[in-house]
Design a binder for this molecule. Sequence first.
Ligand SMILES: Nc1ncnc2c1ncn2[C@@H]1O[C@H](COP(=O)(O)OP(=O)(O)O)[C@@H](O)[C@H]1O
Ligand SMILES: O=c1ccn([C@@H]2O[C@H](COP(=O)(O)OP(=O)(O)O)[C@@H](O)[C@H]2O)c(=O)[nH]1
Length: 245
Amino acid sequence: MAKAEKKYKRILLKLSGEALMGDAEFGIDPKVLDRMAVEVGQLVGLGIEIGMVIGGGNLFRGAALHSAGMERVTGDHMGMLATVMNALAMRDALERAGISTRVMSAIPMSGVVEHYDRRAAIRHLRGGDVVIFAAGTGNPFFTTDSAACLRGIEIDAGLVLKATKVDGVFSADPMRVPDAIKYDYLTYDEVLDKKLGVMDLTAICLVRDHDIPVCVFNMQKPGALLNSVMGSTDGTLIGLNSTDQ
Ligand SMILES: Nc1ncnc2c1ncn2[C@@H]1O[C@H](COP(=O)(O)OP(=O)(O)O)[C@@H](O)[C@H]1O
Ligand SMILES: O=c1ccn([C@@H]2O[C@H](COP(=O)(O)OP(=O)(O)O)[C@@H](O)[C@H]2O)c(=O)[nH]1
């Protein structure tokens, strides 16, 4: 426990929007939110400062709307607004679990959530609040993975955690290639050179340039978040090697 507190005083947790759907095809499953609130609460109990970024893919994705004929930027704006809805739902679940939480949006939304301000966010984190960064980067043509890496760098997080539906980073997409091999450790350049599709290239380049490790792990496994912060190699660590552990 001391190791986690010492090594990762502050983390950035990225949840994909799809992670909130549970077994449904669309939307938000309140049971999933409540389970995530319990897992986040375990880290709060250890004194770890937590920033979160939540995707919007359970509601809208700009690229998918564009494929259906919508102008891309309008679709991306809808995707970013979807992340705000998910952030409000996550805040609700966290606060019901007794965890003080703030939502800060990259797009001003007076009366609904606070506008993102880096220094204010760091003050809230130091004060023990979970801070959910909503509306991605605020710009079209980006993803919430890039937003997670950007906010992680801005708040000086020791680790970016990407929660997914798969066990880590594989030699190929494990949803399509069942015998793909899982990596325990990867360098940033290996992810880029092997074109491993678990995170977009902009996001990987950001963390590489600022030397922040990323842990990719399966959020569907109870306890996986805590284990990942404690240094377990259940998932995949990008940017750290076994000797850094
Ligand atoms: N090399 C890879 N290793 C692991 N997952 C991969 C890889 N290539 C593609 N993926 C896919 O990336 C997804 C994880 O990204 P995530 O952001 O959680 O999902 P989405 O982009 O659907 O919201 C996995 O569900 C997996 O199907
Ligand atoms: O900085 C950002 C972050 C997100 N989005 C839009 O918001 C959608 C939802 O985000 P994402 O696809 O990253 O969600 P996830 O896959 O994590 O659920 C994206 O498809 C984009 O349309 C955007 O335009 N700019």
